[in-house]
Design a protein around this ligand. Structure first.
Ligand SMILES: [Zn+2]
Length: 238
């Protein structure tokens, strides 16, 4: 009799424990970049300049080069869009494990819990990739989460990033995209649906944002943050 009454309680406790564990694991899985960003200061990464963290995989020469590339990237963003106000935490590594942990080997930007974060991998240790990621950080820093989720299309986020990314495929003379390609990428809203393995769609995103005056970006983001819809604020590119 005792067993009959105890079992459901044990089952219930097991269920709660299982639920809690799976919630925790999925949180860690989906937020691993944000967690890595927030906890990097207590990891083996060293802060070599304010908000710049690197591990032992970078040689002193690469470290010096990285700091110079960051300076250049900030200047480039300032030149194109105006002075940035976000000061994202930049984390760089050449370690091969970096990719196996699910981090983009070139670069990626993510929002932490308390700050914007930029991860730079082995293929992204250059001014172009850093500038690209800095623009993503700036756009996210200037908009609230609701705006980000409901208003900013993937092509806009990528296009504004590519605009300061001068790697060869993104130079105007190397871009051949059709109006169908541009129309197609403009039909994709969520970054999770963005065909991010195709250079063509990054090029198309750049072409899609081209008609916008870059110096208007920050003001436009401010207006969206104040409640105006993306389609009105950025009507030049809609
Ligand atoms: Zn990007």
């Amino acid at each position: 009799m005792i067993e009959a009454t105890a079992n459901p309680m044990i089952k219930f406790k097991m269920f709660v424990l299982l639920l809690f564990t799976s919630f925790l694991l999925s949180f860690v899985y989906f937020q691993k970049a944000a967690l890595a960003c927030e906890f990097v200061a207590v990891s083996h990464f060293n802060e070599v300049s304010p908000n710049v963290f690197i591990d032992q995989s970078l040689t002193p020469a690469q470290q010096a080069q990285l700091l110079q590339d960051i300076q250049r990237a900030v200047s480039r963003v300032a030149e194109v869009y105006g002075a940035p106000i976000a000061t994202p935490r930049i984390i760089a590594s050449e370690d091969a494990r970096y990719k196996t942990l699910g981090f983009n080997p070139t670069g990626m930007q993510t929002s932490g819990f308390f700050r914007e974060c930029v991860f730079i991998g082995p293929k992204g240790l250059n001014t172009d990739v850093i500038a690209h990621e800095l623009v993503h950080a700036e756009v996210r820093f200037r908009t609230n989460l609701w705006v980000e989720i409901t208003q900013l299309p993937a092509w806009f986020i990528e296009g504004t990033g590519i605009q300061v990314d001068y790697r060869e495929p993104f130079l105007q003379e190397n871009i051949v995209v059709s109006s169908e390609d541009i129309a197609h990428i403009k039909s994709v809203f969520y970054l999770s649906d963005f065909p991010n393995t195709s250079v063509k769609y990054y090029q198309a995103s750049l072409q899609a944002v081209k008609p916008m005056n870059p110096k208007y970006l920050y003001e436009g983001l401010q207006r969206i943050n104040n409640g105006e819809p993306f389609t009105t604020v950025f009507k030049d590119i809609n």
